[in-house]
Design a protein around this ligand. Structure first.
Ligand SMILES: [Zn+2]
Length: 256
């Protein structure tokens, strides 16, 4: 006969049998409480930091966060949502007529009013698409202007560009360029408030502040745009930053 067989249950247990039975449930209960607490805190944190929440509506006023690039690329295919973001921000802009057809249809072209949220784009008629304009706005606010203040002690007043809409294939490749839908712009120079010109062609390799500024702008911009190509990429980009909001699988970005 086994020891304890035939004795009352309480007498057979070295530790109280009730405790031995309940302990796993206590652990699961504690884990569930902790998980619920963590989820509630995470939800509260995301509500307070919508720039990190991929399901929160894009707002131009939000700082950049983990979800910013994803939200910007979503605007490429949603004209109404993109222009609504500018409307909610009270931005003054002119929407340009749709041009082209098929792979060359550009429906988001816009010109942000002078004195608005962007430095003057020159020529203004470039009229890049809404999504890339939204990205330019964040770029200017969070990267270009802080770096201009750091390197030159003044702001950038004008962005010279080589154009946006241009229905063509990428040079040397079969793929259609993002310029085909005005989802790109080529920035050639930054004009400071005192009129100083900092150009990609003349100052990319400059050993002073101008070169440092341009290279800092390129390095800090990685991840914001779908693509940023600098003079380091190839000779075709010796005189400009190519910037676009290309939509790629899994949100990959290119920064060269
Ligand atoms: Zn380009």
């Amino acid at each position: 006969m086994e020891p304890g067989r035939g004795l009352p249950v309480a007498a057979r247990c070295r530790i109280p049998c009730g405790v031995r039975t309940v302990r796993p449930y206590l652990l699961w209960f504690a884990a569930a409480v902790l998980l619920t607490f963590a989820l509630v805190r995470a939800a509260e944190w995301l509500r307070a930091h919508p720039q990190h929440n991929p399901y929160a509506r894009f707002e131009l006023a939000h700082p950049q966060g983990w979800a910013t690039h994803r939200k910007l690329t979503a605007l490429v295919r949603d004209d109404a949502a993109c222009f609504a973001a500018f409307d909610r921000a009270g931005a003054r802009y002119e929407r340009r007529p749709v041009v082209g057809e098929g792979v060359c249809r550009a429906s988001q072209r816009m010109i942000v009013a002078q004195g608005g949220r962007l430095p003057v784009l020159s020529p203004a008629a470039a009229a890049p698409g809404c999504a890339v304009t939204a990205a330019l706005l964040l770029w200017d606010r969070d990267i270009v202007q802080p770096l201009a203040r750091r390197h030159f002690g003044q702001r950038v007043a004008r962005l010279d560009n080589l154009g946006s809409y241009n229905c063509r294939r990428i040079a040397g490749q079969g793929a259609q360029s993002e310029h085909s839908t005005a989802n790109a712009i080529d920035i050639s120079a930054f004009i400071l408030a005192d009129g100083t010109r900092v150009s990609l062609l003349d100052h990319w390799s400059d050993t002073g502040a101008k070169g440092a500024f341009l290279r800092d702008v390129r390095d800090r911009s990685c991840g914001l745009f779908g693509t940023l190509l600098s003079p380091d990429y190839n000779a075709a980009h010796a005189d400009h930053f190519h910037i676009d909001m290309a939509v790629r699988t899994a949100g990959w970005t290119v920064c060269r």
